[in-house]
Ligand binder design. Structure first.
Ligand code: FES
Ligand SMILES: [Fe+2]
Length: 414
């Protein structure tokens, strides 16, 4: 990997092994997924004590659970007896976490409460579930598998002002969907980071969404630039932050942008939900577009929010989960219709799945060689690849199978 990182063309897609080799995938897990903060899911997916959901980071399963003290924690989903997975499935509700193998029983805060026939010297206190770092930012839960966590305050300070008006902490999950895609996780993120493919692939999405992802996109038609200026003045008056912000390493970004048409990403552009989120007053708030690499993008609209989570299941296998969040007082069938609300992004996700899988299949071709990113429309992909290759270049020489030395890495000009 070190050799390929040093010799690759920096403005081209990655060499073949990055998109599917098992050893490279293991390095991705260690260097990206086990070191960085990851989006786990919306906090309102665990609304009450005993609610839990799982997430699979490679072969490491975590369970996110709310305990009786109201705190949301993340545990490694492996029993302290002989290691069985404790929580089976994607989500559930339980008074205690009971391992299905020999019924070791854990409190919702991870303490072992009960284990049969373990002898007089057995100390349950030594066998709590292991915790991963867990933080809530603006109503979203993030976890980190590293011993020492990287800074996350800069991210939370950047995005919370954009998130808080939508009051996602007190929203509810109206519905969710999970897709498993036969593609490396980086192809799923690359696909998300550009709209070069949108005109050919996403008729439902383009009814409302603008393909321009930042306020200073030179390709932007004057009419849309005028709309942005008008909406910016309204949002300033309402005290809603909207300016585009990026972390210096381009790992995180947030911006509020108007839609091209309509007020919400639905088939007719009308809000899908009668009640707006939080205490929002205006329907026409476009969407807060929020990116946190390596595994989440988001759209926060006036009436519903969309949260996307990407997880690496294998070298060429990726899970994409989408949550649709609405005001917790909104009633299904009365205030919103789930099928109608899901229509645009269910179609879009499936179209993107097919694109990512075809991308993977083509990269597996013996004739594949890296090709150039468009400098004007694929800059988001370039930013992602720059961040990814930078992270991988920080690997310890021993991990890379090298005797030592700094790895030279070509970085794209910003
Ligand atoms: S492995 Fe969980 S109780 Fe035995
Ligand atoms: Fe897409």
């Amino acid at each position: 990997m070190a050799h390929l990182l040093a010799t690759r063309k920096p403005t081209y897609s990655l060499p073949q092994p990055f998109y599917g080799d098992a050893d490279f995938h293991q390095l991705d897990l260690e260097q990206i997924w086990h070191r960085n903060w990851l989006f786990a899911g919306p906090e309102c997916a665990v609304p009450a004590a005993g609610n839990w959901f799982t997430m699979e980071v490679g072969t490491t399963s975590l369970v996110i659970v709310r305990a009786a003290d109201g705190v949301v924690r993340a545990f490694y989903n492996t029993c302290r007896h002989r290691g069985s997975k404790v929580c089976i499935g994607e989500e559930g509700k339980a008074a205690k976490l009971v391992c299905s193998y020999h019924q070791w029983t854990y409190e919702l805060d991870g303490r072992l409460l009960f284990a049969r026939e373990m002898g007089p010297d057995f100390k349950a206190a030594d066998f709590s579930l292991k915790q991963a770092h867990c933080r809530s930012v603006g109503g979203y839960v993030y976890v980190c598998l590293a011993d020492e966590t990287p800074d996350f305050d800069a991210f939370s300070q950047m995005v919370e002002p954009y998130m808080l008006p939508h009051d996602l902490k007190n929203a509810k999950v109206a519905c969710s969907s999970t897709l498993v895609e036969q593609a490396n996780w980086k192809l799923v993120i690359e696909n998300n980071r550009e709209c070069y493919h949108c005109t050919g692939a996403h008729p439902e999405l383009l009814r409302t969404l603008s393909e321009y992802d930042s306020t200073d996109d030179p390709r932007m038609p004057p009419a849309f630039a005028t709309r942005i200026r008008a909406k910016a003045a309204e949002w300033d008056a309402e005290g809603l932050p909207h300016l585009s912000q990026n972390s210096p390493d381009k790992r995180f970004r947030v911006v509020r942008l108007p839609l091209a048409n309509g007020e919400s990403m639905t088939m007719d552009g009308k809000p899908a939900v009668k009640q707006l989120l939080g205490k929002l007053q205006s329907k026409d708030l476009g969407s807060v577009r929020m990116l946190s690499l390596p595994n989440s993008w988001n759209h926060l609209q006036s009436d519903h929010a969309l949260a996307f989570r990407v997880l690496p299941l294998g070298p060429q296998l990726t899970q994409v989960t989408t949550w649709w969040l609405v005001n917790k007082d909104a009633q299904e069938g009365v205030d919103y219709n789930t099928e109608e609300m899901m229509q645009v992004w269910a179609a879009t996700n499936d179209q993107d799945r097919i694109l990512a899988e075809n991308n993977q299949a083509g990269i597996n071709n013996k004739a594949y060689e890296p090709g150039p990113y468009s400098p004007t429309i694929e800059f988001g992909v370039q930013n992602f690849i720059d961040w990814y290759t930078g992270q991988m270049a920080e690997m310890e020489p021993a991990q890379q199978g090298l005797s030592g030395g700094v790895i030279p890495i070509h970085r794209a000009a910003a």
